[in-house]
Design a protein around this ligand. Structure first.
Ligand code: GBH
Length: 459
C-alpha cells in the first residue's frame, strides 16, 4: 500500500487486546480461589453449550508469561484483563487471599517488563458464589463489598497500574444474569434485573470513590451501548421502539453516570416491573455520578428494531414484549449471528460524543467470532473474514477521530480464542488460535495483520 493511501492514527493511540479472567485463566481451584457464579452456572445442566466450563480454559493462569511474550511479539501497547474477585476474596468478603493477588502482581510486572500498559477490569462477571447465595447484585450490600474488594486490589497494584475500570458491561450482568437467565447466575426476573442494574451502578460509584481515595490516576467503566436503528426511518412507532431500547441499554447507564440521574421515561418503564423505591435511595445517584476519566465502549453489532403492538420483544430487554420487534440481521453476520456493520460503530461514537461530551472514549472490545475455515501455507488460520471485520471497524474508528471524537485507543476482542460464556469453546474470537488439547497458541493471519497495523500506526 502506498504511503499516500495510508490511514494514520494519532500519536499515542493505544493499540491493544482484551481478555477476561473466567474466559482464559482456568486454574479454577488454584491458590485458594473460591467458586464464582460461572463455576456454578456452567455446571448446571443445559445452561452452557455441551456443559463446557472454565476449569481449564486457556490455562492462562499458568501460561501468562508465554502469553505476555506473545503480546510483546505482536507489539501490543496495552492489555486489558480482568481480575477474578474470587481469587482475591474467595467468599467475596473478608480477608484477602494473598496468593490470588500474587498472580496479578506477577502478570502486571511481566506486562510492564515488556512495555505493555495494563488496563484493569475489576469485574467481568465472575461474582463470588458466596455473595450470590445472599442475593448477588440484587442485594445492596454487594455494591459495598465490591468497593472493598476494589480498594484491596488497588492497594496491591495501584503503585504500578495507571488505568482502572470498574465493571464490564453491567447491561449483561443485570439483564442476561438476572433478567433472562442466559448468563450466570441464571435468574429470570425483570424486577431483579433492574434492581441489579442499580446495585451494579452503585457498586461502580462506590468503587470509583475508593479508587480515588487510593490515588488511582485514570478511572472508568466499560459499557456495551446499543447502536439502535429503526427498521423504517419514517415510522413514529419504530422511533418509539428505538427510544425504549436506547433507554434500557444506554441512557439507564449513561445518564446517571454523567450526573443527569435516571431518565424519567426509563424509571416509568421500570415501574411496570418493580417499584424503584425498593432499591433507589437518596444520594445514590450522586454516588453513581462520581466523575470518571474514561468510558470504555464494547461494540460488536447494531440492533434493528420496529415498534409493533404484537412485537415479540427481546428477552434481554425486560418489558419490550408487545412493543418492540427485534429484527434479524439483514446483511452479513459473524459466527455469533451478529450483523457485521462497521458504520454502526461510527454512528455510536458520534452519538456518544454529541450526547455525553467531554468523556474520553476507548474501544475496550471489538472483534468477531469466525470459524477456523482454512489454513495458509504456514499452517495458521487464514481468517480473512476477521481481518475484514477488524479493518472495517478500524476505518470507522479512524473516521470518527477525524470528525473530532475523543477516542484514545482500540482493544481487539480477543487476544486468544477463549471460553465464550454460554457458547462454551465453540465460538472463536481470538486473533491467536488456541488448541485446547495441547494449549498451543498459534497467531492467526489476523494477528500478523494487526501486528502490522500497530507497527505502522495505521491501515
Ligand atoms: C462481550 O459481551 C463480553 O464482554 C465478552 O466477555 C464476550 O466474550 C464478548 O463480548 C463476545 O461475546 O442478544 O443476540 O440480540 C458482548 C455481549 C453481545 C450482548 C451482543 C448483547 C446482543 C445480541 N453483547 N448482544 S442479542
Amino acid at each position: 500500500m502506498s504511503a499516500s493511501s495510508e490511514l494514520r492514527f494519532p500519536d499515542n493511540f493505544v493499540w491493544g487486546a482484551a481478555t477476561a479472567s473466567y474466559q482464559i485463566e482456568g486454574a479454577a481451584r488454584d491458590d485458594g480461589r473460591g467458586p464464582s457464579i460461572w463455576d456454578t452456572f456452567s455446571r448446571t445442566p443445559g445452561k452452557v453449550f455441551a456443559g463446557h466450563t472454565g476449569d481449564v480454559a486457556c490455562d492462562h493462569y499458568h501460561r501468562y508469561a508465554d502469553d505476555v511474550a506473545l503480546m510483546a511479539e505482536l507489539g501490543l501497547k496495552a492489555y486489558r484483563f480482568s481480575i477474578a474477585w474470587p481469587r482475591i476474596q474467595p467468599d467475596g468478603t473478608g480477608p484477602v487471599e494473598p496468593r490470588g493477588l500474587d498472580f496479578y502482581d506477577r502478570l502486571t510486572d511481566a506486562l510492564l517488563g515488556r512495555g505493555i500498559d495494563p488496563i484493569v477490569t475489576l469485574y467481568h462477571w465472575d461474582l463470588p458464589q458466596a455473595l450470590e447465595d445472599r442475593g448477588g447484585w440484587t442485594n445492596r450490600e454487594t455494591a459495598e463489598h465490591f468497593a472493598t474488594y476494589a480498594a484491596a486490589v488497588h492497594g496491591r497494584l495501584g503503585d504500578r497500574i495507571r488505568t482502572w475500570t470498574t465493571l464490564n458491561e453491567p447491561w449483561c450482568s443485570a439483564y442476561l444474569g438476572y433478567g433472562n437467565g442466559v448468563h450466570a447466575p441464571g435468574v429470570s426476573d425483570p424486577g431483579a434485573a433492574f434492581t441489579a442494574v442499580h446495585h451494579l451502578m452503585l457498586g461502580h460509584g462506590l468503587a470509583v470513590r475508593a479508587l480515588r481515595a487510593g490515588g488511582a490516576e485514570v478511572v472508568g467503566i466499560t459499557l456495551n451501548p446499543a447502536e439502535v436503528q429503526p427498521a423504517d426511518r419514517d415510522s413514529a412507532a419504530d422511533a418509539a421502539a428505538v427510544r425504549l431500547v436506547d433507554g434500557l441499554q444506554n441512557r439507564i447507564f449513561l445518564d446517571p453516570l454523567t450526573g443527569a440521574g435516571y431518565p424519567a421515561d426509563v424509571l416509568e418503564h421500570v415501574s411496570r416491573m418493580v417499584d424503584p423505591a425498593t432499591f433507589l435511595r437518596d444520594g445514590d445517584e450522586k454516588l453513581i455520578a462520581a466523575p470518571i476519566d474514561l468510558l470504555g465502549i464494547n461494540y460488536y453489532a447494531p440492533t434493528y428494531v420496529a415498534g409493533r403492538p404484537d412485537g415479540a420483544g427481546g428477552s434481554a430487554w425486560p418489558g419490550t414484549e408487545g412493543a418492540v420487534q427485534f429484527l434479524p440481521a439483514a446483511g452479513p453476520v459473524s459466527d455469533m449471528g451478529w450483523a457485521i456493520e462497521p458504520a454502526g460503530l461510527g454512528r455510536l461514537l458520534d452519538r456518544l460524543a454529541a450526547d455525553y461530551p467531554g468523556l474520553p472514549l476507548m474501544i475496550t472490545e471489538n472483534g468477531g467470532a469466525f470459524p477456523d475455515r482454512t489454513t495458509d501455507s504456514a499452517g495458521r488460520v487464514a481468517d480473512a473474514d476477521r481481518i475484514a471485520y477488524l479493518d472495517g471497524h478500524l476505518r470507522a474508528v479512524h473516521a470518527a477521530i477525524g470528525r473530532g471524537v475523543d477516542l484514545r485507543g482500540y482493544l481487539v476482542w480477543s487476544l486468544l480464542d477463549n471460553y465464550e460464556w454460554a457458547e462454551g469453546y465453540r465460538k472463536r474470537f481470538g486473533i491467536v488460535h488456541v488448541d485446547y488439547l495441547t494449549q498451543r497458541r498459534t497467531p492467526k493471519a489476523s494477528a500478523r495483520w494487526y501486528q502490522e497495523v500497530i507497527s505502522r500506526n495505521g491501515l
